[in-house]
Design a binder for this molecule. Structure first.
Ligand SMILES: CC(C)C(=O)C(=O)O
Length: 527
């Protein structure tokens, strides 16, 4: 029987990930991410900082080690340090960390031109540092910085460093492709060379993504004797980033026999949190975590999904806590529209469906984005009926925007033939509008959804009178996306909000009448 080895995942979002240009986490953000990584996602180890960086960094590590010590996780929290005895070790002691990831020079080039030392001097300095750390109860893993160039251009030196480290009190030897320059076949050769020489030593591989080959390289590394892989959430990291955790987990799980402790269904949540804290938007086509990667756009795919799951693959969205979506646009066709109608609980006659399909194609041709929540409005428009009741109307508003004063909004709202007014002042006109709306809803004992995303786009060309499209994402138990179009950005956002108000009103009627999402009234007239 073949025993399937477990591969350790060491996540370095909080150290190498923070080396992404423009990214800096607050100590409290670091703690939140660390908790999710270790407790929910269940990565084996995390690297949380570099020693001696700053006071803020020390505070962040202290927060994490304090929490980790209460949980018994201290041996899973690591800090990168330098061959500078005793400075880095002292910093670790102060921070409460118990594992030092010691940065040594893995290529002769780096050693000669950066440290300006001989191999003998460097080995002696490393031995002193390891001795200092272990005497203070700190375990040591060792990085061979620029290992990949070392294996290419100064192999004798690089292998002699590994020979030396094997004789030291070192837990793991970590092999970085520091510049992300390796090809998969080189990873195979170099990793095999090292792991076959020392089959009992734990080696980690640390990939960078400069040629977009980090995931392919990770697969080669695990298939040739590597025991641990370094990754970052959303592929953050120096330059083009590190190997993205989400992609390597999916690939190792689906393409190898190795096991992982990572809980796939927690990936999306932590990816969104890191997106928020890092301020770096996840590209919509980023595998596993991108907004659109589980959205079928071509109608032929939705049709095939209905007929014997013809477009099935193992990368199911549910594995990662997500669901499949069917986009609406000029290539979507009837099958996609039917899938969306099903989600909304609406049925249409074939002739009506054809008209709606035609309208969506026309909108797509004009480059307009159509969301699931736009469908009832399109249906209403196409079928020329008033089946979407506009129970709630923004009847009027007065907005101010002046230098040196906070913006204000006076809002008049019509809710089922009754009029309500409120006044509010906030951080910007839309914020003021939302505050006024909250006041009215509070007086009506109604709740509003949480706004979770707000995107604004204008057509290319930079005309100041161009239409602005605002798409707002709301969380009301289920996710609702609404869109407003106007030459004024605030008005576009208010129109999107008015749509949302009518949708949730209909949802609530639907709920109380125990019918589908839009209630009997809508489906009866639309059918
Ligand atoms: C600092 C080191 C360990 C690194 O991130 C690299 O070599 O890629």
């Amino acid at each position: 029987m073949r025993l399937h080895k477990k591969i350790e995942i060491m996540d370095t979002t909080l150290r190498d990930g923070e080396q992404t240009s423009g990214v800096s986490f607050l100590p409290s953000e670091k703690l939140q991410i660390a908790k999710l990584l270790l407790e929910e996602l269940k990565v084996d180890r995390i690297e949380v900082a570099s020693a001696r960086v700053s006071e803020g960094e020390l505070e962040g590590v202290k927060k994490i080690t304090h929490w980790a010590s209460e949980k018994g996780y201290l041996d899973r929290v690591e800090v990168l340090g330098f061959v500078d005895t005793p400075a880095s070790v002292d910093w670790l002691v102060l921070s409460g960390a118990k594992v030092l990831n010691l940065l040594t020079k893995g290529s002769l080039n780096h050693l000669t031109y950066q440290l300006k030392k001989t191999p003998e001097q460097h080995f002696a300095d490393i031995a002193k540092c390891i001795e200092c750390a272990t005497s203070k109860g700190i375990a040591v893993n060792v990085y061979l910085e620029d290992w990949s160039s070392g294996m290419r251009k100064s192999k004798d030196y690089t292998i002699s460093l590994i020979d030396f480290l094997v004789s030291q009190e070192v837990k793991r030897i970590m092999l970085p492709d520091t510049l992300g320059l390796l090809k998969p076949e080189e990873v195979r050769t170099f990793v095999k060379e090292v792991t076959s020489k020392y089959p009992d030593i734990h080696f980690d591989f640390h990939a960078h993504n400069d040629y977009d080959l980090s995931v392919a390289n990770v697969l080669e590394a695990v298939n040739h004797g590597i025991s641990g892989i370094h990754s970052t959430i959303n592929g953050l990291g120096e330059r083009a980033g590190n190997a993205p955790l989400e992609s390597i987990v999916a690939s190792i799980t689906d393409f190898t026999d190795f096991k992982l402790n990572v809980q796939e269904n927690k990936i999306y949540r932590i990816s969104k949190l890191v997106e928020q804290f890092s301020g770096l938007h996840i590209p919509s086509n980023k595998p596993v975590v991108g907004e659109n990667v589980f959205t079928q756009t071509a109608g032929i795919h939705a049709d095939g999904d209905n007929k014997k799951n013809l477009y099935y693959n193992d990368l199911l969205p549910e594995r990662f806590g997500r669901t499949r979506k069917y986009a609406l646009g000029k290539t979507s066709g009837k099958a996609n529209i039917l899938k969306n109608l099903m989600e909304l609980g609406i049925s249409l006659e074939p002739e009506e469906l054809s008209k709606v399909t035609q309208k969506i194609i026309e909108l797509g041709d004009r480059k307009e984005r159509v969301t699931t929540e736009d469908l009832p409005y399109i249906i209403s428009d196409v079928l020329q009926n008033n089946s979407i009741k506009k129970d709630i109307l923004i009847e009027g508003y007065h907005m101010t925007h002046s230098k040196g004063l906070k913006p204000t909004v006076q809002l008049r709202l019509k809710v089922k033939d009754q009029f309500y007014e409120a006044h509010a002042s906030g951080n910007g006109q839309f914020d003021s509008f939302m505050l006024a709306l909250h006041k009215i809803y509070k007086s009506l004992n109604k709740t509003l959804p949480k706004l979770t995303d707000f995107s604004v786009s204008i057509p290319p060309g930079g005309k100041t009178d161009a239409f602005v499209e605002t798409v707002i994402t709301w969380d009301y138990g289920r996710i609702i996306k609404t869109k407003g179009l106007d030459s004024d950005q605030t008005v576009a956002a208010m129109m999107a909000t008015e749509k949302m108000l009518n949708i949730i009103e209909q949802m609530n009627i639907g709920k109380t009448e125990n019918t589908n999402l839009y209630g009997n009234e809508f489906s009866a007239t639309a059918r």
